[in-house]
Design a protein around this ligand. Structure first.
Ligand SMILES: N[C@@H](CCC(=O)N[C@@H](CS)C(=O)NCC(=O)O)C(=O)O
Length: 207
């Protein structure tokens, strides 16, 4: 088996967390390299596109979260083999990436500019994406985004939902998902209750 090292920021979320979770769920050994935000500037040039996550496979480095999710998803048995189901899985992950880009683009804004940008997102794009995610979930059977089972798409959508509901995003109401897409809240609960996921986060709490 290849030697794997996944590098991402040291928090339980974001673009790197689905791959971390997938590797844990699949029982795939890997080195979990975590970078503190304060250390990032000094390390940025080591990342292929000056951004994280990045994955090293037998010493070779690749980037782009969804490419990494697909790769580790295949290793962990969390990526569909059927082409159509794989397409549904990819679509969900890329749509989350759209949202990550939109919301991420507001993080470094200050004061009124941040408020205006976030209120604009909360009034249009976020509700639209949430409605579409919910419709896709329903069309796929209501429990998972593809293949009628847990895949990396579920992990990626869950990270977005957790972020939106966490209250850390000023000017984006933290009850937006609950009000507009209750099936995504149920989906989040379904994932959190998966034994391997629950055990992983229980272990993280214990430190
Ligand atoms: N398209 C890339 C985006 C990567 C990205 O923007 N990563 C953020 C963290 S989630 C980052 O590294 N930000 C720090 C920086 O840009 O300096 C992907 O999907 O991996």
């Amino acid at each position: 088996m290849s030697e794997l090292a996944l590098t991402y920021f040291d928090f339980d979320g974001g673009r790197g967390e689905p791959a971390r979770l997938a590797l844990h769920i699949g029982g795939i050994p890997f080195e979990d390299r975590r970078i503190g935000f304060k250390d990032w500037a000094a390390q940025r040039d080591r990342a292929p596109y000056q951004a994280l996550p990045m994955l090293q496979v037998d010493g070779k480095t690749v980037a782009q979260s969804n490419a990494i999710n697909r790769y580790v998803g295949k290793l962990a048995g969390l990526y569909p083999k059927d082409d159509w189901q794989a397409l549904l899985c990819d679509e969900a992950m890329d749509a989350v990436e759209d949202m990550d880009q939109m919301i991420g683009g507001t993080i470094d804004l200050a004061g009124d500019a941040k408020k205006a940008a976030r209120e604009k997102l909360a009034a249009g794009p976020i509700p639209r994406y949430l409605a579409q995610f919910q419709a896709r979930l329903q069309a796929a059977g209501g429990e998972y985004f593809a293949d009628n089972r847990l895949t990396v798409a579920d992990l990626k959508v869950w990270m977005l939902v957790r972020w939106l509901r966490s209250g850390v995003l000023d000017h984006i109401p933290k009850d937006l998902v609950d009000r507009l897409a209750p099936l995504l809240v149920q989906h989040a609960g379904r994932l959190a209750a998966q034994p391997k996921i629950a055990a992983y986060y229980a272990g993280r709490k214990k430190g």
